[in-house]
Design a protein around this ligand. Structure first.
Ligand SMILES: Cc1cc2nc3c(=O)[nH]c(=O)nc-3n(C[C@H](O)[C@H](O)[C@H](O)COP(=O)(O)OP(=O)(O)OC[C@H]3O[C@@H](n4cnc5c(N)ncnc54)[C@H](O)[C@@H]3O)c2cc1C
Length: 411
């Protein structure tokens, strides 16, 4: 059996590594001609790290990212609502890394080249269509620079890991439109002194009045860190763009003008940002089918979700391991793709829907409602610790990283 993987992003490269681990031959075709350090930060929570650890990638990620210690929740006045340890500090068998997406991608890319050989990945090849017959698939590619059509590539099956704008998904769902969540997102990175524990993943404010997610993603030898931040604002107007479309601070900074907290100065983060990117909060409605005979969708091509809680990348990594396991378990690859859909579609559809209505920062929204957005004297008068813990654990369980299940599956 040979597999063609369309797309060399997080899902595509991880799928290649798991297939290789299981002795299944594969080739990857990626549309960009050269990987560039695009994007900003991603959180790799223990449920994703469990999978990457089984590929032996933990040391490479530890060298580049930051092992997170805690989640912290704050209101828009910078007042502390709730903190809880995360990753190994919370008793997981696996760490939680906050890392630049480009660093995560580089670790995967280096592993693919070292294990499968440089020939396994062909850059500058955009997939335009897939076809199939009873013996295999034909993947039609074009040169992504010249647009020149190339001879079709044949394999036993094709796995489409071509991301949010998947050409393969568009072939099966031609009329689909992006689903906009009414939120625009600006993201950037700023070099600065460590804040709080130096490894805190913080969420502050509420979506109706401006929300921030802030965490460090890289250490520098001089003791400074690269701090990743994302500003979310509810808005009706939006433009579909890609992950590297530049944004302007004039479009969002007014919501945060007085966010000079004792633990972080948010306007200063904006003023000193190395770059700012803009992206709308988009996903797609869950579909009923990913497997179409010898072709199957995986990662964002299958279940694009809001970029919240690191789950876009985490779920594509879990998909990758599941796919490799099922291709070994089923003698018939078509049956394996159907089994993959049956196992992975329901839980990921649930995450897509949960991210829409109850994001990881639901805790702050509850406090915002109860205080009318005003400062509080004592958080205990607003919400009990037990309630805070229950909200947090509820999300963890739906997103697939609750403590017991994550550690049990590892065993
Ligand atoms: C450049 C970039 C930057 C990103 N930055 C962030 C970020 O900062 N934070 C965050 O949370 N998420 C980010 N994402 C999304 C995140 O990586 C995904 O949600 C998640 O990792 C799921 O992985 P995936 O492999 O399914 O999709 P992706 O990681 O998006 O990978 C898809 C890959 O397929 C390639 N491709 C697309 N179309 C074709 C085609 N027709 N033929 C061949 N190849 C194709 C793309 O170039 C890309 O390499 C980014 C994605 C990209 C591509």
């Amino acid at each position: 059996m040979e597999v063609i993987i369309v797309g060399g992003g997080i899902g595509g490269l991880t799928t290649a590594l798991f297939l290789h681990q299981k002795g299944i031959a594969c080739r990857i075709f990626e549309s960009t001609s050269q990987f560039r350090p695009l994007g900003v930060g991603i959180n790799m929570l223990p449920h994703a790290m469990r999978e990457l650890d089984s590929l032996g990638l933990t040391p490479g990620l530890a060298a580049r990212g930051i092992e997170a210690r805690e989640f912290g929740f704050y209101n828009r006045h910078g007042q502390h609502i709730y903190s809880e340890p995360c990753g190994r500090h919370a008793g997981y068998d696996f760490p939680h890394f906050s890392i630049h997406r480009a660093d995560l991608h580089a670790v995967l890319h280096e592993a693919v080249v070292a294990r499968l050989g440089a020939d396994a990945l062909t850059m500058g090849r955009r997939c335009v269509r897939v076809d199939q017959d009873e013996r295999g698939v034909s993947v039609y590619l074009e040169d992504s620079v010249s647009g020149e059509p190339l001879p079709a590539e044949r394999a036993t099956i094709a796995i489409a890991c071509d991301g949010y704008h998947s050409a393969v998904r568009a072939q099966f769902y031609p009329d689909e439109k992006p689903a906009f969540g009414g939120i625009n997102l600006w993201r950037g990175v700023t070099r600065g002194k460590p804040f709080l524990s130096g490894a805190s993943v913080t969420r502050a404010g509420a979506i109706d009045t401006g929300k921030m997610v802030i965490y460090p993603i890289r250490n520098f030898p001089d003791g400074t860190q690269l701090i990743n931040w994302a500003a979310e604002i509810r808005q009706d107007s939006w433009t579909m763009n890609d992950w590297h479309t530049p944004g302007r601070k004039e479009d969002f900074e007014r919501w945060y003008a007085d966010w000079h907290f004792d633990w972080i100065d948010v306007p200063d983060l904006f003023n000193r940002a190395e770059f700012i990117l803009q992206y709308p909060m988009v996903d797609r409605d869950p579909v009923d089918r990913w497997a179409f005979g010898r072709v199957c969708l995986l990662g964002d091509a299958a279940h694009p979700m809001y970029p919240r809680g690191g789950n876009g990348a985490a779920q594509s990594i879990i998909d990758a391991r599941t796919m490799a396991r099922l291709l070994v378990e089923h003698a018939d690859p078509v049956a394996a793709l159907q089994a993959f859909e049956a196992e992975r579609l329901p839980p990921t559809a649930k995450i897509v829907r949960t991210n829409r209505v109850q994001p990881p920062d639901a805790i702050i929204n509850v406090v915002e409602e109860r205080t009318g957005g005003k400062r509080f004297e004592r958080i205990e008068d607003v919400i009990s610790d037990a309630e805070l813990q229950a909200i947090s654990q509820g999300y963890a369980s739906i997103a697939g990283y609750d403590l017991a299940a994550t550690n049990r599956r590892a065993a």
